[in-house]
Structure formats: C-alpha cells, structure tokens
Design a protein around this ligand. Structure first.
Ligand SMILES: Cc1cc2nc3c(=O)[nH]c(=O)nc-3n(C[C@H](O)[C@H](O)[C@H](O)COP(=O)(O)OP(=O)(O)OC[C@H]3O[C@@H](n4cnc5c(N)ncnc54)[C@H](O)[C@@H]3O)c2cc1C
Ligand code: SF4
Length: 330
C-alpha cells in the first residue's frame, strides 16, 4: 500500500475542507471497499479522511418517511423494525449482500459508493479506462461474463455491483448530500450513479468534497411493503455478487397492479430502472402473462458482449420470478 495521510474529521465542514485541500482524497467509512482497493493499488488517495465520528448513524422516522444516516451500518439498517415493517425490500436486498461480518462494518453511504468488481479494474497490469482514463478497456474484448448488457459504452462495460441501491431506487429514495460549500441537496437516488459514456472514471454525479449525509425513504413507498421482492441470482448461494438482481415492488388494488417498480442490478453501470417493464405492468392483473411481458420489456434494449449473452434470458426470467414472488403467486 502506498503512503497516505490520515485525517480524522470532527465535523462535516472540516471533512469537506480536508478533501478539497488534497485532490483525490477519499472519505473513510467502514473501509471494506476503500481499504481493499488501496491495498490492491487501485485507489491511491493522498489523504484518507475518517468520517466515522460524524453524527450520521441515526435511523429515525421523519414527517416525510424514514431517514437512514450515512454511517448507520448495513446490519443496523436491515434489522431496524421500521425498515423491516415498511420497507422489507430494502432489508432483503441488504441481507442478500456480502456476509454478516462485512455488513456489520459496511455503512449505508459507503455501500452506495462501492466500486465495480470488474476483474481488470482490480488488475493494475491491465488497461482500464475507469482506473486510468485513456488506457483502454480490457474487458470489452476480454473475459466479460460478469459485465453489462445495458447502457455500456466502448469506454467501459463494467457494472455497478451493489444490492442496496437497487432496492432504494425501487422505493423512490433520495440521497442527502452536503457539498463542500456547505449547501445541502436532496437528489433522487436514480441521479446518483451514472452511465459510463466517455468518462467511466466517474461512477457517480458527486463532486469532490461532496459528503453523503443519509438516505430518505418516502412514506408513500410503504405502499409496496406487502408486495415486494428482491431476487439475487449468483454463482454461489452466499458471499457472492449478483450476476443479475431484481428489485420488484408492486402496489396492488385487489389483483390489479396500481403501481410497479422494476430495478435490475448488475446489468449496467448503474442500477437499471425499467420504465418499459413498469408500463407493461400498470393496470394489468397480476399473473405470469403480465410478468413475462415485463421481463421481455426490461431486456428489450440489451446488447450482450461475447461472454454474457446468458444475462439477457436470465434477466427476463429473474424479472418474471421476482414479480411472481412480489405478488405472492410463487
Ligand atoms: C468479499 C466481499 C463481498 C461483498 N459482497 C457484496 C454484495 O454481495 N453486495 C453488495 O452490495 N456489496 C457487497 N460487498 C461490498 C460491501 O457492501 C461494501 O464494501 C460496503 O458496503 C462499503 O461500505 P463501507 O462503509 O465499508 O465503505 P468504504 O469502503 O469506507 O467506502 C467506500 C467508498 O465510499 C466513499 N464514502 C463512504 N462513505 C461516504 C460518505 N458518507 N460520503 C461520501 N463518500 C463516502 C469512500 O470514500 C469510498 O470511496 C462486498 C464486499 C466484500 C469485501
Ligand atoms: S469494463 Fe470498465 S472497469 Fe472494466 S476494464 Fe473496462 S474500463 Fe475498466
């Protein structure tokens, strides 16, 4: 690991100032992703700013819904009674990720900002536009079994690997961000991550010094509590990233679908919400026919690479299966 400066932030303003003074600095939360990347020489921050003393560990009811602090751990969040009762999709997605020990360390803010698991990104001997802009993309013509089938560019075919963000997107969550200037903003979670385009080194729309303060879940999303399901398809039953994941949420009026959310994970550079799948569901009676059409719609624009065509059919079936479970038909 390269030498770096360690700074402990006592408040958000000091943390942001420390980040701006040393371009390329990183905030340290649970460290379960950042420290691995530093040990592999993939991340080389000159300064690491420990934010763990900031008062961002709360999970509390607000008038708008439920507020999840950026430093609340994944375990605390998944087990919280309000999350389990009103937003069970989120609990399911978190518990589907990593392992118990990792979830005890991992924080909500860090989870959202975890980086891709592309093997070439981790291998500093290989070209990678995300790690080193302009060097090329080894995965484009390489072993790209785990890579994207939607929204990729010639510059990068990596996927966003996280689970929690997929569920949060389906639940219409927003992310509270504090800019280095001190200004706070609330952005829909669908605007946090981005497609690679010509700048795959940027995973998100955040600016240097932006600090995630927390995540807000709206009251209205509790309408999905009864009919939601997180389906994660992976090579091993636990401790593995998804090949394809689906966060499915339905708001039902009897057997008729009033509102639907379908978000796919590990198929694109960001959580992939499918407006086409949702449109195929709204107003329809819940059942295999509508769910099959939703699966087809979700993958209709897929462009598989040499080694990941399986994700297209897997994605269709995963959408169908997740919706069957969400509607309690399976
Ligand atoms: C073996 C293994 C298996 C895993 N399996 C899964 C899985 O199946 N599903 C899944 O979703 N995840 C999985 N993970 C990833 C794990 O969930 C993440 O490592 C973890 O959530 C990151 O949280 P952290 O608090 O440790 O982040 P850190 O490592 O501390 O930080 C990650 C990034 O976020 C930035 N950051 C952290 N907090 C903030 C903040 N408040 N504001 C701005 N920037 C911030 C850091 O600067 C850094 O760039 C796995 C990890 C490992 C090691
Ligand atoms: S897919 Fe993206 S992360 Fe992977 S090698 Fe290509 S540029 Fe790098």
């Amino acid at each position: 690991m390269r030498p770096f400066e360690y700074v402990r932030a006592d408040d958000a303003a000091a943390g942001a100032a420390a980040a701006l003074q040393a371009p390329g600095s990183r905030f340290l939360a649970g460290g379960t992703n950042l420290l691995d990347l530093m040990k592999e020489d993939v991340e080389r921050p000159p300064r690491v700013i420990d934010i763990r003393r900031l008062p961002l560990g709360q999970i509390e009811r607000t008038r708008a819904g439920l507020s999840l602090g950026a430093l609340a751990t994944n375990t605390e969040t998944a087990n919280h009674p309000m999350v389990r009762e009103h937003y069970p999709l989120l609990s399911q997605a978190i518990v589907a990720g990593a392992s118990g020990q990792l979830r005890n360390m991992a924080t909500n803010g860090g989870n959202l900002l975890q980086r891709t698991r592309c093997n070439y990104f981790y291998d500093t001997a290989m070209p990678c536009n995300k790690r080193q802009p302009g060097s090329g993309c080894a995965a484009r013509e390489g072993l790209n079994r785990i890579h994207a089938v939607l929204g990729w560019s010639e510059a990068c075919v990596a996927t966003y690997p996280g689970d929690m963000a997929n569920a949060l997107y389906a639940l219409d969550a927003s992310v509270r961000v504090r800019a280095a200037s001190g200004a706070e903003r609330l952005m829909p979670i669908g605007e946090l991550h981005r497609l690679p385009g010509n700048a795959p080194d940027r995973d998100t729309t955040l600016a240097p010094g932006d600090l995630i303060l927390g995540v807000e879940l709206p009251v209205a999303a509790a309408a999905f509590a009864r009919n939601s399901h997180y389906l994660k398809v992976r090579d091993r039953a636990s401790y593995a990233f998804a090949m394809v994941a689906v966060a499915a949420a339905l708001d039902m009026d009897g057997n008729r679908i009033r509102q639907a959310r379908v978000v796919l994970g590990s198929v694109a550079h960001m959580p992939w919400r499918s407006a086409a799948a949702e449109a195929a569901l709204v107003g329809q009676p819940a059942g295999p026919e509508a769910f099959r059409r939703a699966g087809e719609a979700a993958l209709a624009e897929a462009r598989p690479l040499a080694h990941n065509a399986y994700k297209v059919e897997l994605g269709r079936r995963a959408v169908e299966r997740a919706l069957m479970r969400a509607s309690r038909l399976a």
